[in-house]
Design a protein around this ligand. Sequence first.
Ligand code: 4AD
Ligand code: MG
Length: 428
Amino acid sequence: MQFMKVAEILSSPQGAKVRTRGWVYRRRDLGGKVFVVVRDSTGIVQFVFGPDSPGYKDAARVTVESSVIAGGTVKDDPRAPGGKEVVGEEFRIVGLAENFPIRRDVSKEFLLDVRHLAVRSRRMTAVLKIRDTVFSAVHEYFRSNGYYEVQAPMFISAAVEGGATLFPVKYVDGSTVYLTQSSQFYLEALIYSLEKVYTIAPSFRAEKSRTRRHLTEFWHAEAEVAWAGLEDILRVEEELISFVVERVLERNREELALLNRNLEPLKNVVPPFPRISYDKAIELLQSKGLQVRWGDDLGADEERALTEFFDKPFFLYGFPEQVKAFYHKNDPSRPEVTLSADLLAPEGYGEIIGGGERIDKAEELVEKIKRFGLNPDDYKWYIDLRRYGTVPHAGFGLGMDRLVMWIAGLDHIVDAVAFPRTVARTYP
Ligand code: 4AD
Ligand code: MG
């Protein structure tokens, strides 16, 4: 008999003969019977073996996380997970597991040490399924809106987002190169032929601070559009985020429920998103008693305070020149601020996207590079892009792990990634 997925068993009628393969989620011995809950990628189902059942001997000695083949007859049972139980008629151990190190009382740190095993948990499985939807929905959005998918190099020679978070790598020729912080500049080069481009790739930041929302290696969805301004790119961002959330609500109800995610804030995620200027944000924060002044960068605490004013994602726009990277175009009507915007997720989460309009004049770019204390020679090819058929253009970068963290309602970004890389962790 063929193998079925656990989900198929749970939707089979009473009396159906079923057979599956998976891993032992739990085993209980009760009143002379053995209850074995088997898990596969689709769910969990309980098998019950009495002393006379074929397979009883193996069922009685099987350990948690052993891989097994199990079969029997479906019986409705409201007490069993999923409302069905399988009266066991076959049980075979494929790989007997040693004593599984993960138990209820282990610490968070220990769970990260054994992440290669902890990824099997139902919680982690639910997050990874949501993450899968998020990634596929981002691709789907861009592909159905006329973008070309492109790939940029990971080894680079100059900073995109400031020198403080660059990861140096010793290159094959003995020189020092860096891991990329953003694919943006390469995307900018590609709009001259493809006009609308996107990529989903890792970005690296030597973040020294331990926070709930910083990884040293994160997945970055970036888009760049020729002939576009700030207004155009904000519309893309709100459409994209709304589309992704809609897909997750369609496909991952079960996973969201397992994670106890409140769905109401997600159902709210429809365009248009509210906007608040940096100036207004500073006033609001000051009125709440926070110690911020115009010109300061806003950190996690300030962002969290701002999210209390909104019940859906919102744009924070018009940042002062000094808090945004050099490539941001200054507002011609107000040169001390940039044509930039961050998108902040509600419920305390904060920034998930950074983007805006780029400087499109060579002289203006060279001047700003110098004003920022950087060397124009390091940005030769990037400046070149403005010398051969320059166009107004805009783009953005979306932190995929932060997006998953917010949609799944997680407390910490490491829970949004299978194998997180942080200041404190590169193992397993
Ligand atoms: O705001 P950032 O630094 O912007 C850029 O890198 C631009 N070059 C993107 C662009 O316009 N093409 O990063 C963009 C997003 C942030 O909003 C955040 O969601 C995520 O990337 N991000 C991180 N996520 C996890 N860990 C980190 N250390 C992150 N740094 C940035
Ligand atoms: Mg940012």
